[in-house]
Design a protein around this ligand. Structure first.
Ligand code: ATP
Ligand code: ZN
Length: 523
C-alpha cells in the first residue's frame, strides 16, 4: 500500500568453521550462496531489498578452517555479501592479532557495543552501523555475551572489558538518537536465546535484552550462541525439524531470530514497514541440503536439493584441499575407543583424559630438564572422542582445537595440595582430568586428602611438577592463576602439536594402558 516499504533480512549464525559442506554434502557456503542469491533475486524483482547478517562465532570448529585461521570462512562471507556480523565469544579463540587480521579481511564490519579496552573508555569494535535498505534506515547494534572472558583463554581477552548489554543498550540508543536519524533499530547479538529468559547458569540472553528495553525502541534481535533454531510455540520451543514452519520469538514488541548453527539453515524474514510500524509478513528457516534418514536407513534431502554456487565452490575448494592434505596423514593406531564425549568426560576420569595428561607430562619429562609428576586437563577442553582404528592429525585437532601452549610448573607439596583442592571441586568444563594421582575429595569442605602423586606417596615437604595447558594456568574455568608463579614455564608448543608427537611416538596404542584407576579421584 501507500507508504509501505518492504525489505528482507537474511541471517545465519555460529558458522564455526563450516565453510565447506560435510561428508554427506550438507550445508556449506556454496549452497548457502545459491539460496541467498535466489532470495535476493526474488525480493529485488518485487521492488524490495535485502540485508545479510551473521550472529557471530565464525571461528573454531573444524580443523580445515582452524588451521587456516578461518580465512576460508571470511573469504566465503565476502563472496556471499554479508553486511555485518556480531562478534562471538569464539572470535577470541586466537590472539587479537588474528582477529585483527580477520577484520581486515572482512568486507563488512564486526559489531560489538559492549567490548572496551580495559585501560581506556574506547570500544574495540564499531558499536553499530546504519544501513539503508530500500529507503529505510536501520541501525544495527552489536552485542557479545558477557560470558566470553569466562570461557576464553584469558590471555586473548586480558586487555578487554565486556560490559552488560542490558546496561549498554540504552547508552547506544541515546548515541544513535543524538547522531543519526533512523527508522528502526535492530540488535545483532551473540548472547544466546533462552526460552522465556530461562538462561540457567549462562549469562542473560536475547529474551532478557528484549524485555529490558523501553518498548518500541528495539524492533528485532538477530542472535547466535545458543545454536538453536528459535522457533516458538508460545514461550516454549516448538518441536522443529527441517522444512517445518518456524515462528520466531516476539518479546516486548521485539522479534528475536536465530538460525541454529553451521549454516545448516538460512533465516529469511520478509518485513513490511508502514507508518512507523514493522510487521513480519513471512518467516522461514531454509534447510541447506540437510538430510534425514528414510525408512531404509538411507540419507535423503529433508526438502529439496540445492546446487552449490560454482564460483563460491571453486574459490573455496583450494582451502578445503589444503586443509585435507595437512590433516589426513595417518600418524597412529588405537585398538579401542578413547572417551571424550562431553557428558562423560565432564563427569568422570576417562582413558582420553589419561592419554592427554600422560602425553603432556611425558613431553615435559622428555624435553625439559625436569620430570613431570602428573598432568592436568580441563575436561571442557576435550572436544571429542577418538574412535578405534587409524588416527590422523585431523583427530588430534578435533579433540584439541584451541591451540593452547602446553606449560608446566613446579610447586611445593603444600601449594600443590591447595591447587588440587581448588580444581578438584570444579564441575562442567572445569572438571579436571588428572593422571598419576590418588586422592579423596571432600567437596563440601573444599579439601583433598592426597594418598599418591606422581607414583609416590604424597609428602608435603617434597616438590611436584605438573603439566597443564596455558588456558588453565591463566585462570580459564576459574582455575587458580599460576602463570605468574616463579616456577611457571610455557613451552610455546601447542597442545595439538604435543599430542600429535605423542601419537607419532606411539604408533600402536592400547586403550587398556590408559584405563583410569578406580578411585583415582574419590568423591
Ligand atoms: P559456544 O556455545 O559459544 O560454542 P562452547 O560450546 O565452547 O561455547 P562449552 O561447550 O560449554 O561452550 O565449552 C566451554 C568450556 O570449553 C570451558 O569450560 C572450557 O573448559 C573449554 N574451553 C573454552 N575455551 C578453551 C580454550 N581456549 N582452551 C581450552 N579449553 C577451552
Ligand atoms: Zn558462542
Amino acid at each position: 500500500g501507500d507508504g509501505c516499504k518492504t525489505f528482507t533480512l537474511i541471517h545465519t549464525n555460529d558458522n564455526h568453521g563450516r565453510f565447506w559442506q560435510n561428508s554427506n554434502g550438507e550445508y556449506g557456503m556454496a549452497a548457502r550462496k545459491t539460496v541467498i542469491a535466489k532470495i535476493r533475486d526474488e525480493v529485488e524483482r518485487n521492488g524490495g531489498e535485502t540485508i545479510l547478517l551473521s550472529g557471530g562465532d565464525i571461528n573454531t570448529g573444524v580443523p580445515e578452517s582452524d588451521m587456516q585461521q578461518a580465512i576460508p570462512d571470511f573469504v566465503g562471507m565476502n563472496l556471499l555479501g554479508y553486511d555485518a556480523m556480531a562478534v562471538g565469544n569464539h572470535e577470541f579463540d586466537n590472539p587479537l592479532s588474528t582477529l585483527d587480521m580477520q577484520q581486515t579481511l572482512a568486507n563488512f564490519p564486526m559489531l560489538a557495543a559492549n567490548i572496551y579496552y580495559k585501560d581506556s573508555n574506547e570500544r574495540y569494535f564499531e558499536p553499530y552501523r546504519v544501513f539503508e535498505v530500500n529507503g529505510l534506515k536501520i541501525a544495527i547494534i552489536g552485542f557479545t555475551t558477557i560470558d566470553t572472558p569466562k570461557v576464553t583463554n584469558p590471555e586473548n581477552v586480558g586487555s578487554l572489558t565486556f560490559t552488560d548489554p542490558q546496561l549498554e543498550l540504552p547508552k547506544v540508543l541515546a548515541e544513535i538518537e543524538q547522531n543519526e536519524s533512523v527508522d528502526m533499530v535492530f540488535a545483532l547479538t551473540h548472547m544466546g536465546h533462552y526460552a522465556d529468559g530461562n538462561h540457567g547458569t549462562e549469562a542473560p540472553g536475547d529474551v532478557m535484552l528484549a524485555r529490558s528495553v523501553e518498548q518500541g525502541k528495539l524492533q528485532a534481535i538477530i542472535g547466535g550462541h545458543s545454536q538453536n533454531p528459535v522457533c516458538m510455540e508460545g514461550d516454549e520451543y516448538a518441536d522443529f525439524t527441517p522444512g517445518d514452519t518456524c515462528k520466531p520469538d516476539f518479546q516486548n514488541d521485539t522479534f528475536i531470530m536465530q538460525a541454529h548453527e553451521w549454516g545448516k539453515y538460512v533465516g529469511r524474514a520478509d518485513f513490511e514497514y508502514m507508518d512507523g510500524k514493522l510487521t513480519l509478513a513471512n518467516y522461514q528457516l531454509i534447510p541447506i541440503n540437510l538430510k534425514v534418514e528414510n525408512e531404509a536407513g538411507d540419507l535423503e534431502y529433508a526438502t529439496q536439493e540445492i546446487t552449490p554456487d560454482s564460483f563460491v565452490y571453486e574459490t573455496l575448494k583450494p582451502y578445503q584441499e589444503r586443509g585435507q592434505e595437512l590433516l589426513d596423514v595417518v600418524i597412529s593406531h588405537t585398538d579401542g575407543r578413547f572417551e571424550g564425549d562431553r557428558e562423560v568426560v565432564r563427569a568422570q576420569q576417562t582413558n582420553l583424559g589419561q592419554l592427554l595428561t600422560t602425553a603432556y607430562s611425558q613431553f615435559i619429562t622428555d624435553n625439559f630438564a625436569v620430570t613431570a609428576d602428573f598432568g592436568v586437563m580441563n575436561s571442557g577442553g576435550i572436544r571429542a572422542s577418538i574412535e578405534a582404528g587409524n588416527i590422523s592429525y585431523r583427530d588430534v585437532l578435533t579433540v584439541q582445537p584451541f591451540g593452547n601452549f602446553v606449560s608446566y610448573v613446579t610447586m611445593s607439596g603444600e601449594e600443590v595440595e591447595k591447587y588440587l583442592a581448588e580444581i578438584a571441586v570444579k564441575t562442567g568444563g572445569g572438571f579436571p582430568q588428572l593422571n598419576a594421582v590418588r586422592m579423596d575429595v571432600d567437596c563440601d569442605a573444599g579439601k583433598v586428602d592426597i594418598a599418591q602423586l606422581g607414583g609416590r606417596s604424597f609428602d608435603l615437604a617434597q616438590n611436584y611438577t605438573f603439566a597443564l595447558i596455558h588456558f588453565s594456568a591463566a585462570g580459564g574455568d576459574d582455575y587458580p592463576v599460576i602463570n605468574q608463579h616463579p616456577n611457571y614455564i610455557d613451552t610455546q608448543l601447542t597442545d595439538a602439536s604435543v599430542f600429535r608427537e605423542y601419537f607419532v611416538n606411539h604408533p600402536n596404542l592400547k586403550v587398556a594402558d590408559y584405563a583410569p584407576v578406580d578411585g583415582q579421584l574419590q568423591f
